[in-house]
Design a protein around this ligand. Structure first.
Ligand code: NAP
Ligand code: MG
Length: 477
Protein backbone atom coordinates (compact mmCIF):
# COMPACT_ATOMS: atom_id res chain seq x y z
CA UNK A 1 0.00 0.00 0.00
CA UNK A 2 1.30 3.45 -0.84
CA UNK A 3 0.50 6.01 1.84
CA UNK A 4 -0.56 9.42 0.72
CA UNK A 5 -0.08 12.39 2.99
CA UNK A 6 -1.26 15.92 2.45
CA UNK A 7 1.78 18.11 1.64
CA UNK A 8 3.35 19.71 4.72
CA UNK A 9 5.83 22.12 3.23
CA UNK A 10 8.08 24.10 5.53
CA UNK A 11 7.88 27.81 4.84
CA UNK A 12 11.05 29.61 3.82
CA UNK A 13 9.54 33.05 4.33
CA UNK A 14 11.48 33.91 7.47
CA UNK A 15 14.89 33.25 6.05
CA UNK A 16 16.78 35.80 4.07
CA UNK A 17 19.72 34.68 1.99
CA UNK A 18 22.15 37.29 0.81
CA UNK A 19 22.62 37.58 -2.93
CA UNK A 20 26.35 37.36 -2.51
CA UNK A 21 28.64 35.99 0.20
CA UNK A 22 32.28 37.01 0.71
CA UNK A 23 35.05 35.12 2.49
CA UNK A 24 35.08 35.45 6.27
CA UNK A 25 38.66 36.42 7.08
CA UNK A 26 39.96 38.09 10.24
CA UNK A 27 36.40 38.65 11.45
CA UNK A 28 35.44 40.59 8.33
CA UNK A 29 33.60 39.85 5.10
CA UNK A 30 36.39 40.00 2.56
CA UNK A 31 36.05 40.20 -1.23
CA UNK A 32 37.85 37.45 -3.17
CA UNK A 33 41.16 38.36 -4.75
CA UNK A 34 39.94 36.83 -8.03
CA UNK A 35 36.88 39.15 -7.98
CA UNK A 36 35.01 36.03 -9.10
CA UNK A 37 32.00 34.31 -7.59
CA UNK A 38 30.25 31.01 -8.19
CA UNK A 39 26.64 29.99 -7.63
CA UNK A 40 25.29 27.55 -5.09
CA UNK A 41 22.11 25.99 -6.33
CA UNK A 42 19.20 24.19 -4.71
CA UNK A 43 19.51 20.63 -6.05
CA UNK A 44 15.78 20.06 -5.52
CA UNK A 45 14.81 22.79 -7.99
CA UNK A 46 18.06 23.67 -9.80
CA UNK A 47 17.49 27.34 -8.84
CA UNK A 48 20.42 29.55 -7.85
CA UNK A 49 20.32 30.37 -4.13
CA UNK A 50 23.28 32.73 -3.80
CA UNK A 51 26.67 33.66 -5.18
CA UNK A 52 29.74 32.76 -3.20
CA UNK A 53 33.33 34.03 -3.35
CA UNK A 54 35.72 31.98 -5.46
CA UNK A 55 38.94 31.73 -3.51
CA UNK A 56 42.51 31.49 -4.76
CA UNK A 57 46.00 31.18 -3.28
CA UNK A 58 46.07 34.86 -2.20
CA UNK A 59 42.84 34.46 -0.20
CA UNK A 60 44.20 31.32 1.41
CA UNK A 61 47.36 33.17 2.35
CA UNK A 62 45.38 36.06 3.88
CA UNK A 63 43.21 33.65 5.88
CA UNK A 64 46.24 31.67 7.09
CA UNK A 65 48.05 34.86 8.16
CA UNK A 66 44.99 36.01 10.02
CA UNK A 67 44.65 32.62 11.76
CA UNK A 68 48.36 32.59 12.71
CA UNK A 69 48.15 36.13 14.00
CA UNK A 70 45.05 35.39 16.09
CA UNK A 71 46.71 32.26 17.45
CA UNK A 72 49.91 33.99 18.53
CA UNK A 73 48.47 37.25 19.79
CA UNK A 74 45.14 36.24 21.32
CA UNK A 75 43.86 32.70 21.35
CA UNK A 76 46.78 30.75 22.77
CA UNK A 77 47.23 33.32 25.52
CA UNK A 78 43.58 33.33 26.54
CA UNK A 79 42.75 31.34 29.69
CA UNK A 80 41.02 28.11 28.67
CA UNK A 81 37.88 28.91 30.66
CA UNK A 82 37.47 32.12 28.65
CA UNK A 83 37.87 30.22 25.39
CA UNK A 84 35.17 27.85 26.59
CA UNK A 85 32.73 30.74 27.05
CA UNK A 86 33.04 31.69 23.38
CA UNK A 87 32.43 28.10 22.30
CA UNK A 88 29.36 27.86 24.55
CA UNK A 89 28.14 31.12 23.06
CA UNK A 90 28.46 29.75 19.52
CA UNK A 91 26.47 26.65 20.55
CA UNK A 92 23.69 28.72 22.09
CA UNK A 93 23.45 31.05 19.13
CA UNK A 94 23.25 28.07 16.78
CA UNK A 95 20.28 26.87 18.79
CA UNK A 96 18.68 30.29 18.54
CA UNK A 97 19.07 30.23 14.77
CA UNK A 98 18.35 26.51 14.45
CA UNK A 99 15.31 26.88 12.23
CA UNK A 100 17.10 29.13 9.79
CA UNK A 101 20.13 26.83 9.71
CA UNK A 102 17.95 23.78 9.06
CA UNK A 103 16.12 25.47 6.21
CA UNK A 104 19.30 26.68 4.56
CA UNK A 105 20.90 23.26 4.95
CA UNK A 106 17.95 21.69 3.19
CA UNK A 107 17.80 24.31 0.45
CA UNK A 108 21.51 24.17 -0.30
CA UNK A 109 22.11 20.44 -0.03
CA UNK A 110 18.80 18.72 -0.82
CA UNK A 111 18.38 16.74 2.40
CA UNK A 112 14.88 16.39 3.92
CA UNK A 113 13.99 19.16 6.35
CA UNK A 114 13.13 16.53 8.95
CA UNK A 115 16.77 15.46 8.94
CA UNK A 116 18.37 18.88 8.99
CA UNK A 117 15.92 20.01 11.69
CA UNK A 118 16.10 16.90 13.90
CA UNK A 119 19.61 15.64 13.26
CA UNK A 120 22.14 17.93 11.56
CA UNK A 121 21.53 21.20 13.37
CA UNK A 122 20.97 19.88 16.92
CA UNK A 123 23.98 17.58 16.56
CA UNK A 124 26.13 20.46 15.33
CA UNK A 125 25.15 22.64 18.30
CA UNK A 126 25.72 19.69 20.66
CA UNK A 127 29.23 19.33 19.34
CA UNK A 128 30.04 22.90 20.31
CA UNK A 129 28.46 22.36 23.75
CA UNK A 130 30.39 19.16 24.27
CA UNK A 131 33.79 20.53 23.31
CA UNK A 132 33.24 23.80 25.17
CA UNK A 133 33.14 21.62 28.27
CA UNK A 134 36.56 20.14 27.55
CA UNK A 135 38.40 23.44 26.91
CA UNK A 136 39.55 23.99 30.51
CA UNK A 137 39.87 20.29 31.37
CA UNK A 138 42.49 19.16 28.88
CA UNK A 139 45.00 18.46 31.63
CA UNK A 140 42.47 16.05 33.16
CA UNK A 141 41.71 14.50 29.78
CA UNK A 142 45.40 13.70 29.25
CA UNK A 143 47.00 13.48 32.70
CA UNK A 144 50.80 13.90 32.88
CA UNK A 145 50.92 14.77 29.19
CA UNK A 146 50.93 18.58 29.27
CA UNK A 147 48.73 18.95 26.19
CA UNK A 148 49.42 22.01 24.01
CA UNK A 149 47.64 23.42 20.97
CA UNK A 150 49.17 22.89 17.54
CA UNK A 151 48.59 26.32 15.99
CA UNK A 152 46.67 26.84 12.77
CA UNK A 153 44.41 24.05 11.46
CA UNK A 154 43.44 23.85 7.78
CA UNK A 155 40.07 22.12 7.65
CA UNK A 156 38.33 20.85 4.52
CA UNK A 157 34.84 19.36 4.58
CA UNK A 158 32.43 17.59 2.18
CA UNK A 159 28.85 18.29 1.13
CA UNK A 160 26.90 15.54 2.84
CA UNK A 161 26.65 17.09 6.34
CA UNK A 162 27.88 20.64 5.72
CA UNK A 163 27.09 22.28 9.07
CA UNK A 164 27.70 19.18 11.14
CA UNK A 165 31.10 18.58 9.54
CA UNK A 166 32.01 22.23 10.18
CA UNK A 167 31.08 21.71 13.85
CA UNK A 168 33.06 18.46 14.04
CA UNK A 169 36.09 20.34 12.79
CA UNK A 170 35.85 23.75 14.45
CA UNK A 171 34.62 22.86 17.96
CA UNK A 172 37.49 20.53 19.06
CA UNK A 173 40.11 22.73 17.35
CA UNK A 174 38.99 25.82 19.29
CA UNK A 175 38.61 23.93 22.55
CA UNK A 176 42.23 22.81 22.27
CA UNK A 177 43.38 26.39 21.66
CA UNK A 178 44.00 26.29 17.90
CA UNK A 179 42.75 28.71 15.27
CA UNK A 180 41.26 27.55 11.97
CA UNK A 181 40.80 28.16 8.29
CA UNK A 182 37.86 26.11 7.02
CA UNK A 183 36.66 25.46 3.49
CA UNK A 184 33.17 24.06 2.94
CA UNK A 185 32.33 22.05 -0.20
CA UNK A 186 31.53 23.89 -3.40
CA UNK A 187 27.91 22.70 -3.60
CA UNK A 188 27.02 23.43 0.05
CA UNK A 189 28.81 26.52 1.35
CA UNK A 190 25.85 28.41 2.80
CA UNK A 191 25.40 27.07 6.34
CA UNK A 192 29.14 27.46 7.00
CA UNK A 193 28.72 31.12 6.02
CA UNK A 194 25.75 31.51 8.39
CA UNK A 195 27.97 29.94 11.03
CA UNK A 196 30.51 32.65 10.21
CA UNK A 197 27.78 35.27 10.90
CA UNK A 198 27.07 33.56 14.21
CA UNK A 199 30.77 33.56 15.07
CA UNK A 200 30.93 37.27 14.25
CA UNK A 201 27.87 37.94 16.42
CA UNK A 202 29.54 36.02 19.27
CA UNK A 203 32.46 38.49 19.16
CA UNK A 204 34.94 35.68 18.74
CA UNK A 205 38.31 37.44 18.42
CA UNK A 206 39.00 38.19 14.72
CA UNK A 207 40.99 35.52 12.89
CA UNK A 208 40.26 32.66 15.28
CA UNK A 209 37.87 31.17 12.72
CA UNK A 210 38.26 32.00 9.02
CA UNK A 211 35.92 30.53 6.43
CA UNK A 212 36.83 30.67 2.78
CA UNK A 213 34.90 29.29 -0.16
CA UNK A 214 35.97 27.87 -3.48
CA UNK A 215 36.85 24.69 -5.32
CA UNK A 216 39.28 21.84 -4.76
CA UNK A 217 42.24 24.05 -5.74
CA UNK A 218 41.55 26.23 -2.70
CA UNK A 219 41.64 23.09 -0.56
CA UNK A 220 44.96 22.07 -2.14
CA UNK A 221 46.40 25.55 -1.43
CA UNK A 222 45.32 25.29 2.20
CA UNK A 223 46.99 21.89 2.57
CA UNK A 224 50.35 23.10 1.33
CA UNK A 225 50.34 26.51 3.01
CA UNK A 226 53.39 26.82 5.31
CA UNK A 227 51.37 28.35 8.17
CA UNK A 228 49.01 25.35 8.37
CA UNK A 229 50.37 23.19 11.21
CA UNK A 230 47.57 20.68 10.98
CA UNK A 231 45.33 19.45 8.16
CA UNK A 232 41.95 17.90 8.90
CA UNK A 233 40.14 16.52 5.88
CA UNK A 234 36.81 14.79 5.44
CA UNK A 235 35.93 13.67 1.95
CA UNK A 236 36.73 11.07 -0.67
CA UNK A 237 39.50 8.53 -0.35
CA UNK A 238 40.92 9.72 -3.66
CA UNK A 239 41.44 13.31 -2.49
CA UNK A 240 42.53 12.06 0.95
CA UNK A 241 45.34 10.09 -0.66
CA UNK A 242 46.45 13.10 -2.70
CA UNK A 243 46.60 15.17 0.52
CA UNK A 244 48.64 12.49 2.25
CA UNK A 245 51.09 12.55 -0.66
CA UNK A 246 51.30 16.35 -0.58
CA UNK A 247 52.14 16.26 3.14
CA UNK A 248 54.69 13.46 3.01
CA UNK A 249 57.99 14.64 4.45
CA UNK A 250 56.49 17.66 6.22
CA UNK A 251 55.87 17.70 9.96
CA UNK A 252 52.25 18.79 9.60
CA UNK A 253 49.73 16.75 11.53
CA UNK A 254 47.04 15.06 9.45
CA UNK A 255 43.69 13.42 10.09
CA UNK A 256 41.60 11.88 7.31
CA UNK A 257 37.93 10.88 7.45
CA UNK A 258 37.29 9.18 4.14
CA UNK A 259 34.87 6.89 2.34
CA UNK A 260 33.06 3.79 3.52
CA UNK A 261 31.15 0.73 2.40
CA UNK A 262 29.53 -0.54 5.56
CA UNK A 263 28.29 -4.10 6.04
CA UNK A 264 24.91 -4.50 7.65
CA UNK A 265 24.60 -8.06 8.97
CA UNK A 266 21.26 -9.63 9.88
CA UNK A 267 21.02 -13.03 11.63
CA UNK A 268 17.87 -15.13 11.73
CA UNK A 269 17.49 -14.60 15.49
CA UNK A 270 17.28 -10.80 15.02
CA UNK A 271 14.12 -8.79 15.61
CA UNK A 272 13.33 -8.69 11.89
CA UNK A 273 10.95 -5.72 11.84
CA UNK A 274 13.40 -3.52 13.73
CA UNK A 275 16.23 -4.75 11.54
CA UNK A 276 14.31 -3.74 8.42
CA UNK A 277 13.79 -0.25 9.88
CA UNK A 278 17.51 -0.11 10.68
CA UNK A 279 18.46 -1.20 7.16
CA UNK A 280 16.16 1.42 5.61
CA UNK A 281 17.53 4.10 7.90
CA UNK A 282 21.09 2.93 7.27
CA UNK A 283 21.06 3.32 3.51
CA UNK A 284 18.23 5.66 2.56
CA UNK A 285 18.80 8.24 5.31
CA UNK A 286 20.17 11.42 3.69
CA UNK A 287 19.82 9.83 0.19
CA UNK A 288 22.66 7.43 1.03
CA UNK A 289 25.03 10.43 1.11
CA UNK A 290 26.51 9.06 4.29
CA UNK A 291 30.07 7.80 4.66
CA UNK A 292 28.86 5.18 7.14
CA UNK A 293 25.77 4.22 5.08
CA UNK A 294 24.90 0.54 5.46
CA UNK A 295 25.31 -0.04 1.73
CA UNK A 296 26.03 -3.79 1.82
CA UNK A 297 23.43 -6.04 3.42
CA UNK A 298 24.36 -9.58 4.48
CA UNK A 299 21.30 -11.63 5.45
CA UNK A 300 21.45 -15.11 6.91
CA UNK A 301 20.06 -17.50 4.32
CA UNK A 302 17.40 -18.88 6.67
CA UNK A 303 15.68 -15.50 7.04
CA UNK A 304 16.59 -13.90 3.71
CA UNK A 305 13.20 -14.38 2.09
CA UNK A 306 11.38 -12.74 5.00
CA UNK A 307 13.84 -9.84 5.33
CA UNK A 308 13.83 -9.06 1.61
CA UNK A 309 10.03 -9.24 1.37
CA UNK A 310 9.65 -6.88 4.34
CA UNK A 311 12.32 -4.57 3.01
CA UNK A 312 10.61 -4.29 -0.38
CA UNK A 313 7.29 -3.65 1.28
CA UNK A 314 8.79 -0.95 3.55
CA UNK A 315 10.47 0.70 0.56
CA UNK A 316 7.08 1.12 -1.14
CA UNK A 317 6.09 3.50 1.64
CA UNK A 318 9.15 5.75 1.34
CA UNK A 319 8.38 9.21 0.07
CA UNK A 320 10.89 10.62 -2.40
CA UNK A 321 10.52 14.26 -3.29
CA UNK A 322 10.53 17.87 -2.09
CA UNK A 323 13.07 18.11 0.74
CA UNK A 324 11.11 20.98 2.30
CA UNK A 325 8.08 18.72 2.81
CA UNK A 326 8.07 17.33 6.35
CA UNK A 327 6.75 13.99 5.05
CA UNK A 328 9.68 13.44 2.73
CA UNK A 329 11.98 10.51 3.54
CA UNK A 330 14.40 10.84 0.63
CA UNK A 331 15.22 14.29 -0.69
CA UNK A 332 17.32 15.45 -3.63
CA UNK A 333 20.69 14.07 -4.66
CA UNK A 334 23.24 16.76 -3.84
CA UNK A 335 24.38 17.59 -7.37
CA UNK A 336 23.99 16.63 -11.00
CA UNK A 337 27.50 15.14 -10.97
CA UNK A 338 26.62 12.94 -7.98
CA UNK A 339 23.38 11.80 -9.65
CA UNK A 340 25.34 10.87 -12.77
CA UNK A 341 27.80 8.92 -10.66
CA UNK A 342 24.97 6.98 -8.99
CA UNK A 343 23.37 6.28 -12.38
CA UNK A 344 26.70 4.99 -13.66
CA UNK A 345 26.76 2.50 -10.77
CA UNK A 346 23.13 1.49 -11.39
CA UNK A 347 24.09 0.73 -14.97
CA UNK A 348 27.13 -1.22 -13.84
CA UNK A 349 24.89 -3.41 -11.64
CA UNK A 350 22.55 -3.98 -14.58
CA UNK A 351 25.49 -4.80 -16.85
CA UNK A 352 26.67 -7.36 -14.28
CA UNK A 353 23.29 -9.06 -14.66
CA UNK A 354 22.12 -8.28 -11.11
CA UNK A 355 18.47 -8.34 -10.15
CA UNK A 356 17.39 -4.77 -9.45
CA UNK A 357 14.40 -3.63 -7.38
CA UNK A 358 13.10 -0.07 -7.35
CA UNK A 359 9.83 1.26 -5.97
CA UNK A 360 7.58 2.74 -8.56
CA UNK A 361 7.49 6.25 -7.17
CA UNK A 362 7.37 9.03 -9.71
CA UNK A 363 10.20 11.46 -9.27
CA UNK A 364 9.84 15.25 -9.53
CA UNK A 365 10.57 16.46 -13.06
CA UNK A 366 12.98 19.20 -11.95
CA UNK A 367 15.92 18.69 -9.63
CA UNK A 368 18.17 15.69 -9.03
CA UNK A 369 16.41 12.62 -7.66
CA UNK A 370 17.09 8.91 -7.45
CA UNK A 371 14.78 6.03 -6.64
CA UNK A 372 15.81 3.92 -3.66
CA UNK A 373 17.28 0.78 -5.18
CA UNK A 374 18.13 -2.78 -4.19
CA UNK A 375 20.53 -5.07 -6.00
CA UNK A 376 19.81 -8.70 -5.12
CA UNK A 377 22.05 -11.74 -5.39
CA UNK A 378 25.21 -9.65 -5.55
CA UNK A 379 28.73 -11.12 -5.37
CA UNK A 380 31.95 -9.82 -3.83
CA UNK A 381 33.31 -9.18 -7.32
CA UNK A 382 30.55 -6.77 -8.40
CA UNK A 383 31.66 -3.17 -8.69
CA UNK A 384 28.54 -2.01 -6.85
CA UNK A 385 29.65 -4.14 -3.89
CA UNK A 386 33.27 -3.00 -3.83
CA UNK A 387 33.02 0.74 -4.49
CA UNK A 388 31.37 3.55 -2.58
CA UNK A 389 28.27 4.72 -4.48
CA UNK A 390 27.20 7.43 -2.03
CA UNK A 391 23.55 7.11 -3.06
CA UNK A 392 20.38 5.24 -2.02
CA UNK A 393 21.56 1.88 -3.39
CA UNK A 394 21.70 -1.29 -1.28
CA UNK A 395 23.52 -4.48 -2.38
CA UNK A 396 22.24 -7.69 -0.84
CA UNK A 397 24.04 -11.02 -0.31
CA UNK A 398 23.13 -14.03 1.79
CA UNK A 399 25.40 -15.99 4.13
CA UNK A 400 25.31 -19.22 6.13
CA UNK A 401 28.02 -19.03 8.82
CA UNK A 402 29.57 -16.35 11.02
CA UNK A 403 33.07 -17.02 9.60
CA UNK A 404 31.78 -16.54 6.08
CA UNK A 405 30.06 -13.22 6.83
CA UNK A 406 33.06 -11.82 8.71
CA UNK A 407 35.32 -12.64 5.81
CA UNK A 408 32.96 -11.09 3.26
CA UNK A 409 32.26 -8.00 5.36
CA UNK A 410 35.99 -7.32 5.77
CA UNK A 411 36.79 -7.99 2.13
CA UNK A 412 36.80 -4.37 0.93
CA UNK A 413 39.31 -1.53 1.04
CA UNK A 414 37.17 0.45 3.51
CA UNK A 415 36.59 0.05 7.24
CA UNK A 416 34.44 2.83 8.60
CA UNK A 417 31.33 1.25 10.10
CA UNK A 418 29.16 -1.86 10.33
CA UNK A 419 25.84 -2.99 11.79
CA UNK A 420 24.90 -6.28 13.44
CA UNK A 421 21.37 -7.51 14.16
CA UNK A 422 20.97 -10.52 16.46
CA UNK A 423 19.30 -11.53 19.68
CA UNK A 424 22.54 -12.98 21.11
CA UNK A 425 24.97 -10.76 22.99
CA UNK A 426 27.77 -13.30 22.53
CA UNK A 427 27.39 -13.11 18.75
CA UNK A 428 27.54 -9.32 18.90
CA UNK A 429 30.79 -9.36 20.88
CA UNK A 430 32.28 -12.01 18.63
CA UNK A 431 31.55 -9.92 15.54
CA UNK A 432 32.46 -6.52 16.92
CA UNK A 433 35.94 -7.78 17.74
CA UNK A 434 36.47 -9.23 14.26
CA UNK A 435 34.90 -6.65 11.98
CA UNK A 436 37.52 -4.18 10.78
CA UNK A 437 35.35 -1.10 11.17
CA UNK A 438 35.74 2.00 13.32
CA UNK A 439 32.12 1.91 14.51
CA UNK A 440 29.94 -1.17 14.90
CA UNK A 441 26.31 -0.60 15.79
CA UNK A 442 24.38 -3.48 17.35
CA UNK A 443 20.61 -3.73 16.89
CA UNK A 444 20.51 -0.11 15.78
CA UNK A 445 22.18 2.02 13.12
CA UNK A 446 23.40 5.55 12.44
CA UNK A 447 23.38 6.61 16.07
CA UNK A 448 25.68 9.48 16.93
CA UNK A 449 26.66 11.31 20.07
CA UNK A 450 29.27 14.06 20.49
CA UNK A 451 30.83 12.04 23.31
CA UNK A 452 31.56 8.96 21.18
CA UNK A 453 34.44 8.91 18.73
CA UNK A 454 33.97 8.24 15.03
CA UNK A 455 36.51 7.29 12.37
CA UNK A 456 37.86 4.51 10.24
CA UNK A 457 40.38 1.81 9.45
CA UNK A 458 42.17 1.06 6.18
CA UNK A 459 41.17 3.36 3.30
CA UNK A 460 38.47 4.99 5.44
CA UNK A 461 41.20 7.11 7.00
CA UNK A 462 42.73 7.69 10.43
CA UNK A 463 42.18 9.93 13.41
CA UNK A 464 38.95 10.17 15.35
CA UNK A 465 36.31 12.89 15.59
CA UNK A 466 34.01 13.18 18.58
CA UNK A 467 34.57 12.33 22.21
CA UNK A 468 37.83 12.52 24.09
CA UNK A 469 39.60 10.94 21.12
CA UNK A 470 38.47 13.87 18.95
CA UNK A 471 40.71 16.20 20.99
CA UNK A 472 43.89 14.27 20.20
CA UNK A 473 44.35 15.38 16.58
CA UNK A 474 44.37 19.00 17.80
CA UNK A 475 46.97 18.66 20.53
CA UNK A 476 50.70 18.18 20.88
CA UNK A 477 51.33 15.97 23.86
P1 NAP B 1 35.70 15.28 -2.07
O1 NAP B 1 35.47 15.44 -3.50
O2 NAP B 1 36.92 14.58 -1.63
O3 NAP B 1 35.64 16.75 -1.44
C1 NAP B 1 35.78 17.02 -0.07
C2 NAP B 1 36.30 18.42 0.10
O4 NAP B 1 37.63 18.51 -0.41
C3 NAP B 1 35.51 19.49 -0.64
O5 NAP B 1 35.51 20.68 0.11
C4 NAP B 1 36.34 19.63 -1.91
O6 NAP B 1 36.12 20.85 -2.58
C5 NAP B 1 37.74 19.54 -1.38
N1 NAP B 1 38.74 19.14 -2.36
C6 NAP B 1 38.58 18.65 -3.61
N2 NAP B 1 39.78 18.41 -4.18
C7 NAP B 1 40.73 18.76 -3.27
C8 NAP B 1 42.16 18.73 -3.27
N3 NAP B 1 42.85 18.26 -4.30
N4 NAP B 1 42.81 19.16 -2.18
C9 NAP B 1 42.13 19.59 -1.09
N5 NAP B 1 40.77 19.65 -1.04
C10 NAP B 1 40.09 19.22 -2.12
O7 NAP B 1 34.53 14.51 -1.35
P2 NAP B 1 32.98 14.81 -1.51
O8 NAP B 1 32.55 14.18 -2.78
O9 NAP B 1 32.68 16.23 -1.26
O10 NAP B 1 32.38 14.01 -0.25
C11 NAP B 1 32.02 12.71 -0.29
C12 NAP B 1 33.06 11.82 0.37
O11 NAP B 1 33.28 12.19 1.73
C13 NAP B 1 32.64 10.38 0.42
O12 NAP B 1 33.69 9.55 0.01
C14 NAP B 1 32.33 10.15 1.91
O13 NAP B 1 32.44 8.82 2.32
C15 NAP B 1 33.30 11.05 2.56
N6 NAP B 1 32.89 11.37 3.93
C16 NAP B 1 33.55 10.79 4.98
C17 NAP B 1 33.19 11.07 6.29
C18 NAP B 1 33.90 10.43 7.44
O14 NAP B 1 33.70 10.86 8.56
N7 NAP B 1 34.72 9.40 7.21
C19 NAP B 1 32.15 11.96 6.54
C20 NAP B 1 31.48 12.54 5.46
C21 NAP B 1 31.88 12.24 4.17
P3 NAP B 1 34.98 20.92 -3.72
O15 NAP B 1 33.70 20.73 -3.04
O16 NAP B 1 35.12 22.25 -4.30
O17 NAP B 1 35.29 19.80 -4.69
MG1 MG C 1 23.96 24.03 -3.15
Amino acid sequence: MNWQYAPAKESTEQIKLQKRYQHFINGEWTKPNSKKYFSSINPATEEVLAEVALGNAKDVDLAMQSAANAYNKVWKKMPAKERAKYIFRIARMMQERARELALIETLDGGKPIRESRDFDVPMAANHFFYYAGWADKLAYAFPNKNPKPIGVAAQIIPWNFPLLMAAWKIAPALACGNTVVLKPAETTPLTALVLAQIIQDCDLPPGVVNIITGDGDVGAEMVKHPLANKVAFTGSTEVGKSIQKALAGTNKKLSLELGGKAAHIVFDDAPINQAVEGIVNGIFFNQGHVCCAGSRLFVQESCAEEVIAKLKSRMQTLIVGDPLDKNTDIGAINSKAQLQKIKMYLQSGIDDGLEMFQCHTTLPSKGFYCQPTLFLGTAQSNRVVQEEIFGPVLCIQTFRTIEEVIEKANNIPYGLSAGVWTDKGAKIFNLTSKLRAGVVWANTYNKFDPASPFGGYKESGFGREGGLHGLMPYLNK
